[in-house]
Design a protein around this ligand. Structure first.
Ligand SMILES: NC(=O)c1ccc[n+]([C@@H]2O[C@H](COP(=O)([O-])OP(=O)(O)OC[C@H]3O[C@@H](n4cnc5c(N)ncnc54)[C@H](OP(=O)(O)O)[C@@H]3O)[C@@H](O)[C@H]2O)c1
Length: 305
């Protein structure tokens, strides 16, 4: 057991049996299905990547300092960096995930990179794309150029979920991680001009869904077309919420910082549609919990029981 971790407390199941007696065991047998348990399938037998979430949150579950901010703004804001995001623990968590499940994809959502609905565009925004003439249909085929997909030294994909085709920075990767290359997940709502831009820039993309990315289909393609067995989402609450609701998440690592941010619109860990009558909370199994001297707590859960 890693230093700083204390033994796993009794599970929910143990507690219920102790409180209500062994008759409750019959009820408990029904529980994993009622709560949408994912029964811990190994990545080998899956038709999608084994998906792990890593996120830093305040004690009230906020993941940003205010609504509609990009990660660049958040990372530059001392109100957040001095209280919540510590690169040391973030790196340690990632390394522990990578040691257990060697990562081949790191997933982010478009709203972490581009603001919603900003007009006029801020200075430095890319110029509007020229209208495209001719056949656009071919653009809505997956674009996986061999010179990128088959290149020597490939290690993983920096995956950007960008259903509407808004991320126009042309980012392909960073010099300090040359084995990692950008790849976009788009939907059929992405403008053809944007897809032409990705092709021209040499950024691979996978197409799924009509108005937004069909997350199960896109995850299936990451596995079947690119062989991604293990993926990490370092996204915000809406993408992580959608992944969780779609039953695509296997493990969750949360770094809880000893601060409260509050707010009605400030992004939180899982911003997803309210549960409908008859729907149940997603059950988690605590695998590890470790407190640090600075007050941060690292929680590691498996999704399901
Ligand atoms: N504390 C942390 O660890 C951490 C980590 C990451 C980000 N953040 C912060 O979180 C904030 C952004 O969070 P966010 O939740 O607004 O953005 P986000 O994680 O980027 O989520 C929005 C993305 O999810 C997609 N999406 C949402 N619902 C979907 C669905 N049902 N099906 C398919 N795709 C769906 C959106 O698609 P479209 O592209 O089609 O709109 C968009 O790409 C930023 O302030 C950032 O700094 C914090």
């Amino acid at each position: 057991m890693a230093p700083g971790f204390f033994p796993i407390p009794p599970t929910f199941r143990d507690k219920v049996v102790r409180a209500f007696g062994t008759k409750s065991e019959a009820w408990l047998r029904e529980l994993p299905q009622a709560y949408g348990s994912q029964s811990g399938k190994g990545s080998q037998s899956m038709d999608r990547p084994y998906l792990i979430l890593q996120v830093a949150a305040s004690a009230d579950g906020r993941i940003s300092i205010a609504p509609n901010r990009t990660m660049f703004e958040d990372m530059a804001d001392p109100r957040l960096t001095t209280t919540m995001v510590g690169a040391d623990l973030w790196r340690e968590v990632r390394e522990s995930i990578n040691a257990a499940h060697p990562l081949q994809a790191d997933i982010l959502g478009s709203a972490s990179l581009v603001k919603e609905g900003r007009t006029p565009k801020p200075p430095g925004s890319p110029a509007p794309l020229d209208r495209l003439a001719g056949d656009r249909g071919a653009l809505y085929q997956d674009f996986l150029p061999e010179e990128v997909v088959g290149r020597a030294g490939h290690e993983g994909w920096l995956v950007i979920v960008d259903g509407r085709g808004r991320v126009r920075g042309g980012f392909k990767g960073t010099p300090d991680a040359p084995g990692w290359h950008a790849l976009h997940l788009v939907s059929r709502a992405a403008p053809p001009e944007y897809l032409a831009f990705l092709r021209h820039t040499g950024i691979p993309y996978l197409v799924s869904g009509e108005k937004r990315v069909d997350l199960p289909a896109a995850m299936g393609k990451l596995r079947s077309k690119l062989g991604v067995e293990n993926a990490l989402s370092t996204a915000g609450g809406r993408l992580n919420g959608a992944l969780l609701r779609a039953g695509l998440v296997d493990e969750i690592h949360i770094i809880v910082a000893p601060v409260v941010i509050g707010g009605f619109e400030t992004p939180s860990l899982f911003d997803s549609p309210d549960l409908r009558p008859g729907e149940w909370p997603t059950r988690l199994t605590l695998l590890k919990a470790g407190a640090r001297a600075d007050g941060r707590v690292w929680l590691h859960y498996r999704v399901g029981t």
